[in-house]
Structures are given as structure tokens and as C-alpha cells.
Design a protein around this ligand. Structure first.
Ligand SMILES: NC(=O)c1ccc[n+]([C@@H]2O[C@H](COP(=O)([O-])OP(=O)(O)OC[C@H]3O[C@@H](n4cnc5c(N)ncnc54)[C@H](O)[C@@H]3O)[C@@H](O)[C@H]2O)c1
Length: 353
């Protein structure tokens, strides 16, 4: 592969993929395009430059900006407004224009260049109601998914690609789902190797986490800076659960997919930490306290927020059996790596502090 464009490449996922590809793959050139919308993304620019990665300040909403990247062989689409709450409380138009039209503009650019594409989609494409009403077992530190569920594609192993897709999924989730649908059409109509990964929470160093997005960094940083936190929703006890995938494990999948994109350019792939790499807020508090040595005051707000769900676990058996990919880095390792990054990086601490 000669030339790869990473859109949203100054963000958490995009910058980590860019640096890793440059270091581990024999790609002649990696170009990153980002409009630096996310607070903290500009701190990734020196890192990209140090690794010989070209940066273009540009916007995926504007096809002319994307075209300044020149001829490409592959595109990894990592740009987004990735916050679920942004759709309701933020700039809904920006969210739709970036997440949906931006992804279509990227696909159109792939079509012009006869290039392949990897799209970072989200578990948030799954409708909310069946996840809110799923059968749970309440344990001392977390909710667990019961073995017996009424919905296809749902089990104690999590949500599989067979989960029914009818129903509201948040405006954020809808932009990503609509983008998936369009990309499947581009894949079919123009025979492009377009790969779609539905990720659960992705976490690790260089994520500028905030209260509504990037929970692992937000929780750890709040412990480091001894800021009060709150368990919100589901009774306010902190038992809600998410799986997390370390960015390094996701990069392993991306490298595998880049080695044979056509093989992965069919259907959809759930790519998350799975049951073994999942955590409740209560458990996350314990891990963050242990690693930082700090205890913070944690309030409780029982009322569940817009679009929130009690548990999300990715059932990744389809991907595991197809290519052997399995995330390996534990929740403890994720939090330790974030802690070490923040200890060493004053500028990042200033953004998060
Ligand atoms: N982080 C997660 O937990 C997670 C989970 C599932 C899916 N995803 C998906 O992974 C992708 C990357 O997310 P992330 O965590 O790196 O988010 P991020 O906010 O760190 O990175 C996104 C980047 O896109 C840029 N951007 C925003 N609008 C843009 C526009 N109009 N034009 C060009 N650039 C723009 C931002 O400046 C930012 O640098 C997103 O598509 C997101 O939906 C993330």
C-alpha cells in the first residue's frame, strides 16, 4: 500500500492508528486530515510530524478539502463528533454533516481513487429500547446480562451482529448507522473494499476524554486531579457496564484488515473488548483509586439520561472465528497506560485538568 489518508487523524483513534502504521507497516506515505474541532487534537500534531506524517487542516464536510490529499490507495475514516449527548444538547447539524455526509464524502473520494476504506462505526447503532429492557442480573458491583434474553443476537456474551435494528438509537447512533448503510451501498455498487467495524468503548493514551465521551480518561483524570464525580442513571449506584478495547488491540485489527481489505469487506464486524474486558463505573472507581492513590467524592443521580443504556458488551465471536482477532489488554492495563501518559504529558494534563 502506497498512500493512506486518515480523516480525523489528529483525534484519539486516528492519531494512534497513523503513528502505529508508520512504525509497523511499510506504507510509503500517511496523510492525516483533521479540522481540529476536538479540544486536545492539536496536541497530536507534533507527534504526527515527528513520525513523518503529513497533516492537512481540512474538513470532511467539504469534498474539496479531502481532495487536497491527492491520490490515495486507502482511507481510514476516523473523523466524527463522537459524543452521544452532542446530538441532543449540542450542534445537531454539525453532527449530521460530519458523521453522515463526511463519511459519504470520504466514500466518494475512495470511489474516485478506486481506494479501499475502513470505517469506525459504533455499538451505538444498536437500538436503545431492547437494550434498556434486556434481562439483567444485579451483582454487588455491576449489572450482568442474563443468559436468557428475549431478543435475538443478545446473550450473556453481549450484543452480536444479529441484534434487531428497528427503533431509535440516539441521533449520534443514527448518523453512524446511516453512514454504514451508505457505505454498504458504495461497497456493493462500486466494488470497493470498504470495511465496517462497530466498536464499543475505545480507550487509551492520547484520548481527550470528557464527561460525555471518553469515559476511561475522564474517570482516571478526575481521580488524578481529585475532582468530584457522579454516578448518573440506573438508580445512581454506578453499576452500569461497558466493554473497552485498548487502542493497541484495535490497531492490531486495523493492521490485519489492511493486509487483506477485500476479505473483511462484507457484512459488519463487532469489535470491542467483550465480557472479559468490561467494567462498571463502581469497578472503574476502585481501579482508578488504586492506580492514582486518590479517593474522590462520588455523588449519585438516580435518573437515567437520554439515550443511556445499563450494559453494553460486544459479542465479538464472529470476528474471533473469522480471523482470530481477540483483544488482550485488560481494563487495568488500559487505565495504567492512560495514567503513565498523563504523568508524562503536562500539556495533556492542562487540557484535561
Ligand atoms: N472513542 C470511542 O470510544 C469510540 C467508540 C466507537 C466508535 N468510535 C468512532 O471512532 C472514530 C474516532 O473517534 P475518536 O474517539 O478518535 O474521537 P476524537 O474526537 O478523538 O477524534 C475525531 C477527530 O475528528 C476531527 N473532526 C471532527 N469533525 C471533523 C470534520 N468535520 N472534519 C475533519 N475532522 C473532524 C476532530 O477534530 C478529532 O480530531 C469516530 O468515528 C467515532 O465515532 C469511537
Amino acid at each position: 500500500m502506497k498512500r493512506i489518508l486518515i480523516t480525523g487523524g489528529a483525534g484519539f483513534v486516528g492519531s494512534n492508528i497513523a503513528v502505529a502504521l508508520k512504525q509497523h507497516m511499510s506504507v510509503a506515505e500517511i496523510v492525516v486530515l483533521d479540522n481540529l474541532y476536538r479540544k486536545g487534537s492539536s496536541l497530536n500534531l507534533p507527534r504526527l510530524e515527528k513520525n513523518g506524517i503529513k497533516f492537512i487542516k481540512g474538513d470532511v464536510r467539504n469534498p474539496q478539502d479531502i481532495a487536497t490529499a491527492g491520490k490515495i490507495d486507502f482511507l481510514i475514516e476516523c473523523s466524527a463528533e463522537p459524543s452521544v449527548l452532542a446530538g441532543k444538547d449540542g450542534d445537531t447539524d454539525y453532527l449530521v454533516q460530519t458523521n453522515l455526509y463526511g463519511a459519504i464524502n470520504c466514500a466518494e473520494y475512495c470511489r474516485k481513487n478506486n481506494a479501499g476504506m475502513i470505517f469506525l462505526s459504533t455499538s451505538r447503532v444498536y437500538p436503545i429500547d431492547p437494550l434498556l429492557n434486556c434481562k439483567l442480573v444485579e451483582k454487588s458491583s455491576r449489572f450482568e446480562l442474563s443468559d436468557k434474553q428475549d431478543v435475538p443476537g443478545l446473550s450473556s456474551k453481549g450484543v452480536s451482529e444479529e441484534f434487531p435494528m428497528t427503533g431509535a438509537r440516539s441521533i449520534y447512533g443514527a448518523t453512524k448507522y446511516a453512514a454504514e448503510i451508505m457505505l454498504e451501498e458504495y461497497r456493493q455498487a462500486f466494488s470497493l473494499p470498504i470495511v465496517i467495524n462497530r466498536c464499543g468503548v475505545i480507550a487509551g493514551p492520547w484520548q481527550f476524554g470528557k464527561v460525555d465521551q471518553g469515559i476511561a480518561v475522564f474517570w482516571l483524570a478526575s481521580h488524578m486531579f481529585e475532582k468530584p464525580l457522579k454516578y448518573i442513571g440506573f438508580g445512581g449506584a454506578g453499576k452500569q457496564v461497558r466493554d473497552m478495547v485498548h487502542i493497541d488491540d484495535l490497531i492490531k485489527l486495523v493492521i490485519l484488515q489492511l493486509s487483506d481489505p477485500a476479505k473483511f469487506a462484507k457484512g459488519i464486524w463487532n469489535a470491542g473488548g467483550g465480557r472479559n474486558i468490561s467494567v462498571s463505573l463502581l469497578e472503574l472507581t476502585e481501579i482508578c483509586s488504586r492506580i492514582t492513590g486518590n479517593k474522590v467524592q462520588i455523588g449519585s443521580e438516580p435518573q437515567t439520561r437520554y439515550a443511556d443504556i445499563p450494559v453494553y458488551i460486544s459479542d465479538t465471536r464472529k470476528l474471533n472465528s473469522f480471523c482470530g482477532w481477540k483483544p488482550a489488554k485488560s481494563i487495568e492495563k488500559i487505565i495504567e497506560d492512560i495514567h503513565n501518559w498523563l504523568k508524562d504529558n503536562k500539556e495533556a494534563r492542562q487540557v484535561l485538568g
